[in-house]
Design a protein around this ligand. Structure first.
Ligand code: ADE
Ligand code: ZN
Length: 339
């Protein structure tokens, strides 16, 4: 059974990770940037990763094609159009300003393009979207703090901060100060933790950074005490199954901890992470776990409901979206019962 149209919130997607090879080639030609190939298929063939770092090396290199406001606009608009087709009603989108600053692109250009796309998409596609500014862990805590201060004039264009890039060796404890500052500025706080790093990284993200959601968090399952905390506090974990397989965080989808996480009563959501690199958008991720774990319509509905519960939307909007999930479930059950 197809799940392509479950209404969902996408809470873990890097806008830079939605750069499909077709658009990559278009932007490279537009901006005279050299690529290893100008054939989108041949470029996709290069996407064979052994771990997170092997992916990040290609991902960061490709971002040299983003030069002007329209490039960021086109990138975000392409994602929002595809996401709408995937059933996404709400997207809380990560972006990595430090990558673009290092490429010589001012913050005004990045915000200008991304924010304009979000406004146009809300008007033209009916999708609600906001931005979460991520700090690159490999650049350290001081650089993160400088980036946040530089972004203060654009605070009305972000809803929160996140933490991404190479995890192991760059624990959350390095970012205590910048997350405290973000909290004082009234921003939501999330962080990647427990993707490649162990459960200790998840503990630190909760205790030292005060995060409201954990991105990935799959290795939390190794620590029963942590599982109990996550269950009791209903901390959302934004799980990205196709990403985890592509980056070998889990050997196969069949061995993914998702069923164990659900059985443990964790508030799990499904997301796509970097869909242009990992073979699928949120609908593809949902379809993959539905098939692999033979999830029932009720379990799929729970995942969709969780995505809205875990979002940063106002409560009334969450309720409206959750009602749409319930309606979708009822329609599906009527269809399968032949009524
Ligand atoms: N940046 C983009 N995708 C990422 C991931 N899966 N983990 C850490 N940083 C990232
Ligand atoms: Zn991610």
């Amino acid at each position: 059974m197809t799940v392509a149209t479950w209404p969902v919130a996408e809470l873990h997607v890097h806008i830079e990770g939605t750069l499909e090879t077709e658009l990559l080639v278009t932007l490279a030609r537009r901006n005279n940037v050299a690529l290893p190939s100008y054939d989108p298929e041949a470029l996709r063939e290069l996407y064979r990763f052994t771990d997170l770092q092997s992916f990040l090396d290609i991902y960061y290199a490709n971002l040299a094609v983003l030069r002007c406001e329209n490039d960021f606009y086109d990138l975000a608009m392409a994602y929002l159009a595809r996401a709408t087709r995937a059933g996404v009603r709400r997207a809380e989108i990560f972006f990595d300003p430090q990558t673009h600053l290092a490429n010589g692109i001012p913050l005004a250009v990045v915000f200008g393009g991304l924010s304009r796309a979000l406004i146009d998409a809300r008007r033209d596609l009916g999708i609600s979207a906001d931005l979460i500014l991520c700090f690159l862990r490999h650049l350290g805590g001081e650089a993160a703090l400088e980036t946040l201060e530089a972004a203060v004039p654009y605070l009305d264009q972000i809803i929160g901060v996140g933490l991404d890039s190479a995890e192991v060796g760059f624990p959350p404890s390095l970012f205590t100060e910048v997350f405290a500052r973000a909290g004082a500025l009234g921003l939501h706080r999330v962080a990647h933790a427990g993707e490649e790093g162990g459960p200790d990284y998840v503990h630190e993200a909760l205790d030292l950074l005060g995060v409201e959601r954990v991105d990935h968090g799959i290795r939390a399952i190794e620590d029963p005490g942590l599982v109990q905390i996550l269950r009791e506090r209903q901390i959302p974990l934004t799980v990205c199954p196709l990403s985890n397989v592509c980056l070998h965080a889990t050997p196969t989808l069949a061995e993914h901890p998702l069923p164990a996480m659900l059985a443990a009563g964790l508030l799990v959501t499904i997301s796509s992470d970097d869909p242009a690199y990992f073979g699928g958008y949120v609908d593809d991720n949902l379809a993959a776990v539905e098939r692999e774990f033979a999830l029932s319509p009720h379990q799929m509905a729970a995942l969709a409901r969780n995505s809205f519960r875990a979002s940063f939307l106002p409560e009334a909007e969450k309720r409206r979206h959750i009602a749409a999930v319930d309606e979708h479930l009822e329609g599906l059950l009527r269809l399968t019962s032949g009524a």
